[in-house]
Design a protein around this ligand. Structure first.
Ligand code: ADP
Ligand code: MG
Length: 343
């Protein structure tokens, strides 16, 4: 180690991953995709591939047990990992679960966590096939690895978008972020005065989106029925802006998205306005929607337009045209990648 000291906050999460891994070259022909997509892709022969993706959830960084019930946490830990497999247009099949726990947790609490893990495994019909258990001095850490399968030709990478492709998103956006804002607000009210009961009335939808996200396996099935294969795809774990940047960078394209097209549930907008936030900003910079963001060829316009589960929010442009957000007045604003930065 040299004398030089670089603070992690200077380079951010993606800069850090890049810095640590850019000198690694894949040596195995079976490694079709290593670092740099939602999941790694491994050739298993016969035209089939296996997908592998890992995500870690850390108490105090990714969840707060004051408002996150352990059962929901277990469910979410699985769902968010399966979402990465879905983002490759593949079917999740197995998971491993590793936990680090402090003795602050009794057996019953961990059984609660595992009841959520079980519910997710049943819902998505994936098998829990292993993991690791160890102690921790501070809090709970959950690391899940998801394994999936697909035909090699069905895999969709982040890198396949072309100029003029349509940019499409599933479901609606920004709700999980607003759900988190409501939970945080009620936590603060409760901490200031424990006699006051949390007021979560009318916020069921956005809170559910925060506490119990789903992996959009159903969207992959819709696309299959419509005979649409996306040209590129990613799941929205950070904000929309950050994910668009990943698609554009991997595909070497620019992009234009339109404020008026963003799918935002009425309850999300109303809560954002209550909090003095612009709903579009919550969509762009919020996170944890776990919807799918993908591009399709212009030829597929008729198959996608009007579908209640998907919204066309813009189109890809030449890389020289940059990444732009067109607001409701028609002004084009250059987007900047933000996403979550834990450091
Ligand atoms: P996602 O948001 O889809 O989970 P990430 O942004 O976490 O993806 O990771 C981007 C890529 O970097 C992935 O291919 C992931 O496997 C890889 N990656 C992340 N952290 C590390 C690490 N510490 N060492 C090696 N590869 C990593
Ligand atoms: Mg992802």
């Amino acid at each position: 180690m040299s004398e030089k000291r670089t603070e992690l906050e200077e380079i951010g999460e993606f800069g850090l991953i890049d810095q640590l891994t850019s000198s690694f070259a894949n040596q195995k022909p079976s490694t079709l995709k290593g670092i740099g997509d939602d999941a790694a892709v491994i050739d298993i022969g016969g035209g089939n591939v296996q997908l592998i993706s890992t995500d870690m959830l850390v108490e105090g960084v990714h969840f707060n047990l004051m408002y996150m019930p352990l059962k929901h946490l277990g469910y979410k830990a699985i769902a968010v990992n399966l979402s990465d497999i879905c983002a490759m247009n593949a079917t999740p099949e197995q998971v491993t679960v590793s936990i680090a726990v402090s003795n602050r947790f009794p057996l019953e609490a961990l059984e609660e966590l595992y009841s959520g893990i079980k519910a997710a495994c049943e819902n998505y019909s994936v098998d829990l096939i292993g993991g690791d258990t160890t102690s921790s001095y501070s809090g709970l850490v959950i690391s899940v690895t998801a394994i999936g399968q697909a035909k090699k030709n069905d895999i969709v990478y982040r890198s396949g978008a072309k100029e003029h492709d349509l940019l499409v998103v599933s479901g609606d956006l920004g709700a999980a972020y607003m759900g988190l804002q409501v939970l945080e607000r009620e936590k603060e009210v409760f901490q200031a005065n424990p006699d006051i009961q949390p007021d979560l009335d009318g916020h069921d939808y956005i809170i559910q989106r925060q506490l119990k996200p789903e992996a959009r396996v159903d969207i992959l099935n819709f696309l299959k029925k419509l005979e649409v294969k996306p040209t590129s795809m990613i799941d929205i774990s950070d904000g929309l802006a950050s994910e668009i940047f990943h698609l554009c960078k991997s595909s070497t394209t620019g992009c234009r998205i339109y404020d008026e097209k963003l799918p935002i549930d009425g309850k999300t907008s109303m809560t954002a306005i209550d909090f003095n936030l612009d709903p579009a900003t919550c969509v762009l910079n919020g996170g944890e929607d776990y919807e799918l963001l993908f591009t399709v060829s212009q030829e597929d316009y008729d198959k996608i337009a009007g579908n209640p589960h998907m919204t066309i929010i813009g189109h890809m442009t030449d890389v020289s045209e940059g990444v732009y957000f067109v607001d409701k007045n028609g002004s084009a604003i250059e987007l900047r990648a933000q996403g979550w930065n834990h450091f």
